[in-house]
Design a protein around this ligand. Structure first.
Ligand code: B12
Length: 209
């Protein structure tokens, strides 16, 4: 069934996908597992785009269908805490407008008790610096899906350091093409491959299991 929904998204079979997601959700399948299958489907869309089998219009459509599918998951992201665990400043780096993954991480962190300041997409370096000064977060999250914007992710971190704001905070990165090598290159602290890892990592950082 997981494979079926990954495939339905990859093929942009909207009705099949929505039925599949609804089905799994109603059966009580963990939301993180459904999200993982959807994320896999999006990777396939990316591959088809790279192979010139899909064009920008299909990329845009995949984003719409993905959002519709996650909309079916309702408030299922909710954790079981009502206390504030910590503050996170999060944004997609300069020149990158991908926000689906970031938005999922933001939603899930909020539902799990974090105060999240979402700076949006294409975020200038100074905007991160200002938000960190204003909100004093323990965690800073940078999302990036374009290899051409890795340099901007690095520059964002340099700007945070130059403003004397890095110490005592953890910088997390994420987004499709990021990996440990990218994390080392941009000198971030940690990389998370999905929203579940993001929540677990943030909880660990603030000392909650
Ligand atoms: C949908 C999509 C789009 C949509 C985005 C809509 C939106 N509102 O976000 C649109 C159509 C706008 C788009 C545009 C472009 N795109 Co695009 N896009 C994609 C696609 C297919 C899916 C991305 C996605 O949403 N995945 C699903 C989410 C859930 O996964 P995710 O983002 O990885 O997020 C998860 C984790 O990574 C993690 N995470 C994410 N962020 C963070 C942050 C933190 C702090 C943490 C802890 C965790 C975390 O948690 C998330 C949830 O589990 C990818 C393919 C791919 N493999 O990623 C290409 C892809 C990223 N795009 C690509 C390209 C080239 C473009 C364009 C340049 C195309 C063009 N010619 O115009 C433009 C760029 C515009 C810009 N300046 O940013 C390339 C990038 C290649 C590269 N080497 O850089 C990709 C890889 C496709 C490909 N294989 O060629 N795109």
């Amino acid at each position: 069934m997981y494979e079926e929904i990954s495939k339905a998204l990859a093929e942009l079979e909207e009705d099949l996908l929505l039925d599949g997601v609804k089905n799994l959700y109603e059966k009580g399948v963990p939301v993180f597992d459904i999200l993982a299958a959807l994320q896999k489907g999006m990777e396939e869309v990316g591959k088809k785009f790279e192979a010139k089998e899909y064009f920008l219009s299909e990329l845009i459509m995949s984003a719409d269908v993905f959002k519709e599918a996650t909309g079916l998951l309702g408030d299922a992201f909710a954790g079981n805490t009502s206390e504030m665990l910590g503050t996170v400043v999060m944004g997609t780096v300069k020149e990158d407008i991908h926000d689906i993954g970031k938005d999922i991480v933001v939603t899930i962190l909020k539902c799990n008790g974090f105060h999240v300041i979402d700076l949006g997409v294409d975020v200038p370096y100074e905007k991160f610096v200002e938000a960190i000064k204003e909100h004093n977060p323990q965690i800073i999250g940078l999302s990036c899906l374009l290899t051409s914007a890795f340099e901007n992710m690095k520059e964002t971190i340099v700007s945070i350091e130059e403003a004397g704001l890095r110490e005592g905070r953890t910088i997390l990165i994420g987004g499709g093409p990021t990996d440990q090598k990218v994390c080392d290159y941009v000198r971030a602290d940690l990389i998370c491959k999905n929203a579940q890892e993001a929540v677990e990592t943030c909880k660990k950082i603030v000392g909650v299991n």
